[in-house]
Ligand binder design. Structure first.
Ligand code: ATP
Ligand code: MG
Length: 595
C-alpha cells in the first residue's frame, strides 16, 4: 500500500462560507481564557503570590453564572424516559449542588475522597458530580449498565468512599459485591425502594437537611477532581486522574471545537460514564453558560430526531456509532422533522467515516465535525474546527495551544519526529495542556510508559497532510501487517461503508503463514439486505476495486451486530480473539443487552 495516498479520502473537502461563521479569533491562549474566570489569579497565586488559591471546576461551571445575569437561565433541561421534563436554572443548580456539598460534609466525607456515581442520566447524577467537585472530593461516574464485577473493580481501584446509586441498582449490582469494596463507607440512594446494608442514606432526606449555602474551599488547580476510566477498547481499562485546572480546557474547547454561543441549546448524547459525557455533557456547556439538555432514554433514532426538533437543539455532539445507526434508516427519516434550529454537529469516539460526514449534509443539510481526543487528554485535542473547512475522514487540526506530532519510535526509544507529509507514525502531543491526565490511579508504570521526553504518546497511528489536518490510521495495536504493507483498519472499514448494503464494518488482521496477516472484515448490513454468498462476493469485489488487492479484505463475515464498548466503540480485539479462539480478555466494558 502506498501510504502517501489515502485512497482519495483527502480529495473531498467541505468548504465553509466565511461570511456566515461566527467571529472568533483563530488563536487563543489559555492564559487569556483563564483570565476570564472569576478566580483568574489562581495560576499566578500558584507561582507564589500572596493570598488564597482557588480554581474550582464547579465554581466556574455553576456559581459564576448563578451570581450574575444567568441566574435564571436554564442550565440543564432534563427529559425523562416517560417524557417528563425538569428545568434547572443556574441558580437552582447552585443551590442543589451546594446542598449536596454540605451533605457530603455532614457525612464526614473529606476533600480528596472518591465519590462514585452509578445511575442512569437522572438529574441527581449531575447535581452529585458538581456538588462533589464543590466539596473538593473526586467524582467518578460509572455506566449504570456495568455489571457487579466492573463496578467492584473500579470502586476498588479508586478506593471509593461514597457511592450514589438507586435502590434497584444497589440490589441488583452492588449488594453481592459490597464486601469487595471495603473502602465504601456511605451509599446514598436516589429514588424509592427497600434495601438493606451498612451506611445507607436517602438522597431526599440528606438534601432536605442540608443548607443551600456553601462556600467552596480554596481549591488548588492541581487538586484531583475527576477519575475517569478509559473505554477498555484495547484492554483492561485505566483510571485516568484529572484535576480542577482542566476546566480551562473544557471551556475553550467548548468555544472553539463545539462553537458554543450564548443562545445555544446544546445536546451531548454521551453518558457521563464515558469521559465525553462529563467533559462535554456536564462541564463545557456549563462553563460556557449555555442551556444543555439531558436525555435519560437510551438511543432510538426516532426519539433522537424528535428530541432535536422539539428542543430546538442548535449544537449537537454525538458519536459515530449512533450516526451510523441513523444512517441505517436512511436520510429520508430525517426529512419528517423540523431541524431548522440545528446549526453545528460534531462527533467523537471513533473515526467518523467520510460517508457519515457527507451523509450529514444529505440528512441535516449540515456536515458532522469529527474531533479526536481521549480519556487521558481530558478534552478535545484535534478537531475539524467551526472556523475551518472540513475534510471528511480527517480528525481535523490540533486546537490552538495544542502541539501535535507524528513520531516514529521503537518502544519509546530512538524517537524521531516524522516531518514528511502523509507518512504514518504514532500521534503524540506535547505535554502540559491543562486537561492532561495527571496519572493512571495506582498504575504508575502504565502511566510512565505514555511519555517519551516531552511527548505524550497516544497509542493511535495517524498522518498529517499539507494543510496540517491529521488522519487517523488505527490504534497502534490494531494495525494490520500484510505482505510488507501496513494497513489501517479505518481505511478498509470506510471503503466498505461506501457500499449501499453496509451499515458498519470492523476489520482485523488474521494471522497467515504466507503474508503475515490477511485483512478480514466483519460487516453488519442495512435494513433490506440479507447475508448471501453473492453479496459477500460483491463486497470482496468492491473492496478490491476501491482499495487494490494488497489492502482489500480477503475474507468477509456477516455479523448482525459488532461487539462494542459501552461508549460505542467497535472492539476489534474481541473480533480478533473470537476469530482465533483465544481468551477474550477484559470484557468489563462490553455492551450487553442488559440495561
Ligand atoms: P482503552 O484506552 O481502554 O483501550 P479507549 O482508548 O477506547 O479505551 P477512550 O479514551 O474512550 O478509550 O477513547 C479514546 C480513543 O478513541 C482514541 O485513542 C482513539 O483511538 C479513539 N478515537 C476517539 N475519537 C476519535 C476520532 N475522532 N477518530 C478516530 N479515533 C478516535
Ligand atoms: Mg485508549
Amino acid at each position: 500500500m502506498n501510504l502517501s495516498s489515502p485512497s482519495g479520502m483527502s480529495e473531498r473537502r467541505i468548504t465553509k462560507d466565511r461570511a456566515t461563521l461566527s467571529p472568533r479569533p483563530n488563536l487563543f491562549d489559555y492564559d487569556a481564557e483563564r483570565s476570564r474566570f472569576d478566580w483568574a489569579n489562581a495560576w499566578k497565586l500558584l507561582d507564589g503570590l500572596p493570598g488564597g488559591r482557588g480554581y474550582n471546576i464547579a465554581h466556574e461551571a455553576v456559581d459564576r453564572h448563578a451570581t450574575g445575569s444567568r441566574a435564571d437561565k436554564v442550565a440543564i433541561r432534563w427529559i425523562g424516559k416517560t417524557g417528563e421534563r425538569r428545568d434547572f436554572t443556574y441558580g437552582d443548580l447552585r443551590n442543589e449542588t451546594n446542598r449536596f456539598a454540605n451533605a457530603l460534609a455532614g457525612l464526614g466525607v473529606r476533600p480528596g475522597e472518591r465519590v462514585f456515581i452509578l445511575m442512569g442520566r437522572l438529574p441527581e447524577l449531575y447535581v452529585a458530580v458538581l456538588g462533589t467537585l464543590k466539596a473538593c472530593c473526586v467524582a467518578s461516574p460509572l455506566f449504570s449498565a456495568f455489571g457487579p464485577e466492573p463496578i467492584a473493580t473500579r470502586v476498588g481501584i479508586g478506593e471509593g468512599h461514597v457511592l450514589i446509586t438507586t435502590p434497584e441498582l444497589y440490589r441488583r449490582k452492588v449488594q453481592a459485591v459490597r464486601d469487595k469494596m471495603p473502602s465504601l463507607s456511605h451509599v446514598i440512594l436516589v429514588g424509592d425502594g427497600e434495601v438493606d446494608g451498612p451506611g445507607l442514606h436517602r438522597w431526599p432526606s440528606l438534601m432536605h437537611a442540608a443548607s443551600p449555602d456553601y462556600t467552596i474551599a480554596p481549591t488548588d488547580p492541581e487538586d484531583m477532581a475527576l477519575l475517569h476510566f478509559t473505554s477498555g477498547t484495547t484492554g483492561r481499562p485505566k483510571g485516568a486522574v484529572h484535576v480542577h485546572g482542566a476546566v480551562v480546557a473544557h471551556h475553550v474547547t467548548g468555544l472553539y471545537a463545539l462553537d458554543l454561543h450564548e443562545d445555544d441549546i446544546y445536546w451531548c448524547t454521551a453518558d457521563p460514564g464515558w469521559v465525553t459525557g462529563t467533559s462535554y455533557g456536564i462541564l463545557a456547556p456549563l462553563t460556557n453558560g449555555v442551556t444543555s439538555i439531558v436525555v435519560e432514554a437510551e438511543f432510538d433514532a426516532q426519539t433522537w430526531y424528535s428530541t432535536l426538533e422539539r428542543e430546538r437543539v442548535s449544537v449537537w455532539y454525538s458519536a459515530p456509532t449512533a450516526i451510523r445507526m441513523m444512517m441505517r434508516l436512511g436520510a429520508e427519516a430525517a426529512k419528517g422533522y423540523d431541524l431548522s434550529a440545528l446549526r453545528f454537529m460534531a462527533s467523537v469516539g471513533e473515526p467518523l467515516n467520510p460517508e457519515a460526514v457527507v451523509w450529514g449534509l444529505e440528512a441535516f443539510g449540515l456536515p458532522f465535525h469529527d474531533n479526536w481526543w481521549q480519556t487521558e487528554t481530558g478534552g478535545i485535542m484535534i478537531a475539524n474546527l467551526a472556523a475551518l473547512d472540513i475534510k471528511p475522514g480527517s480528525m481535523g487540526v490540533p486546537l490552538p495551544g495544542i502541539e501535535a506530532a507524528i513520531l516514529r519510535h521503537e518502544k519509546g526509544r530512538n524517537v524521531e519526529l516524522i516531518e514528511e507529509l502523509m507518512v504514518e507514525g504514532e500521534l503524540a502531543l506535547r505535554k502540559g495542556w491543562p486537561s492532561m491526565m495527571r496519572g493512571y490511579l495506582n498504575e504508575e508504570e502504565r502511566y510512565r510508559k505514555c511519555f517519551v521526553g516531552d511527548w505524550y504518546l497516544t497509542g493511535d497511528l495517524a498522518k498529517r497532510d499539507a494543510d496540517g489536518y491529521y488522519w487517523f490510521v488505527g490504534r497502534a495495536d490494531d494495525v494490520i501487517k500484510s505482505a510488507g504493507h501496513l494497513i489501517g483498519p479505518f481505511e478498509v472499514e470506510s471503503a466498505l461503508m461506501e457500499h449501499p448494503a453496509v451499515a458498519e464494518a470492523g476489520v482485523i488482521g488474521k494471522p497467515d503463514p504466507v503474508v503475515g496477516e490477511i485483512v478480514k472484515a466483519f460487516v453488519s448490513l442495512k435494513a433490506g439486505y440479507e447475508p448471501s454468498e453473492s453479496l459477500r462476493k460483491e463486497l470482496l469485489g468492491h473492496g478490491r476495486k476501491r482499495l487494490g488487492p494488497a489492502v482489500a479484505p480477503k475474507e468477509i463475515d456477516f455479523s448482525a451486530n459488532l461487539p462494542k464498548t459501552r461508549s460505542g466503540k467497535i472492539m476489534r480485539r474481541l473480533l480478533k480473539s473470537r476469530e482465533l479462539g483465544l481468551p477474550e480478555g477484559d470484557l468489563s466494558t462490553l455492551e450487553s443487552d442488559e440495561k
